[in-house]
Design a protein around this ligand. Structure first.
Ligand SMILES: Cc1cc(Cl)ccc1OCc1nc2ccc(F)cc2n1[C@H](C(=O)NC1CCCCC1)C1CCCCC1
Length: 233
């Protein structure tokens, strides 16, 4: 049985990523807001656009803290952020949804999201993804590293220097693999299952523009930033 050892450098890298991720805190309050009140479909849509907009800003700050990211070609930096923004939003939504809340609150939150205005056909795949994330019982390190790995995906559209992105993603994958072995010794396949969620995340992201334009109301208004990120309008 191979003895898994995390090197000093890998410990330092994990620390940087987890600290950046913790600064990533908003929009944790979206769950609180949704539990406070029932909103109309229009108010929910507005809440989503506000949350998504602040999430984009937070993701940019998180990504800038990833060692080496700012040394990438500037256009590639934009391509990576644009290409991963929606996946990062769903990943963040799943993590917010997976937070243990006082009794019954998780049920209320699920109910509010089901009735928020999202079209019926997208509710099931979305919650299937959330529940598969919950089932993994991810640690904070795993959540932070998985988010960084998602952003540093070399094969995003318009990325020119794939190699340079791979060189940043690989050390993250190495340390995530070791963290998984150390934190889930009983589940040798845990790391593979974790990466498998990224495939499910891409499938869910595939529908995102339709999820927005089919929100049960008329006249969907998007900000220019969200038009860029969400490929709508
Ligand atoms: C991310 C996303 C993309 C598309 Cl296209 C459609 C939908 C969606 O989020 C669904 C979704 N899943 C959730 C799970 C837990 C939760 F607390 C909120 C959640 N939301 C939406 C939200 O605020 N997400 C933000 C969470 C933080 C990061 C940025 C995004 C709320 C908006 C108000 C109406 C109820 C859904």
């Amino acid at each position: 049985k191979e003895k898994v050892e995390i090197t000093k450098e890998q410990k330092a890298l994990t620390k940087v990523i987890v600290e950046a991720y913790n600064r990533h805190q908003i929009p944790q309050d979206v769950a609180k807001k949704l539990l406070q009140d029932q909103y109309s479909v229009e108010e929910n849509f507005l809440l989503l656009t506000e949350m998504a907009t602040s999430q984009v800003q937070v993701i940019v700050e998180f990504t800038k803290s990833i060692p080496g990211f700012l040394s990438l070609d500037h256009e590639d930096q934009i391509a990576l952020l644009k290409g991963s923004a929606v996946e990062a939003m769903f990943l963040r939504s799943a993590q917010v949804f997976s937070k243990k809340m006082p009794n019954g609150h998780n049920g209320i939150l699920e109910e509010r999201i089901r009735k928020s205005g999202i079209s019926e056909e997208f509710i099931t795949p979305m919650f299937n993804f959330y529940k598969s994330i919950i089932g993994l019982h991810m640690s904070l390190e795993e959540q932070a590293l998985l988010t960084a790995i998602t952003i540093l995906t070399p094969d995003r559209p318009y990325v020119k220097d794939h190699q340079a992105v791979e060189k940043l993603q690989e050390p993250m994958l190495d340390v995530l693999r070791k963290v998984c072995v150390l934190q889930h010794p009983q589940e040798p396949q845990y790391f593979a299952r974790l990466l498998g969620r990224l495939t499910e995340l891409r499938t869910l992201t595939h529908y995102h523009a339709e999820m927005l334009t089919s929100w049960r109301m008329n006249d969907h208004k998007f900000t220019p930033l969200l038009c860029e990120i969400w490929d709508v309008q």
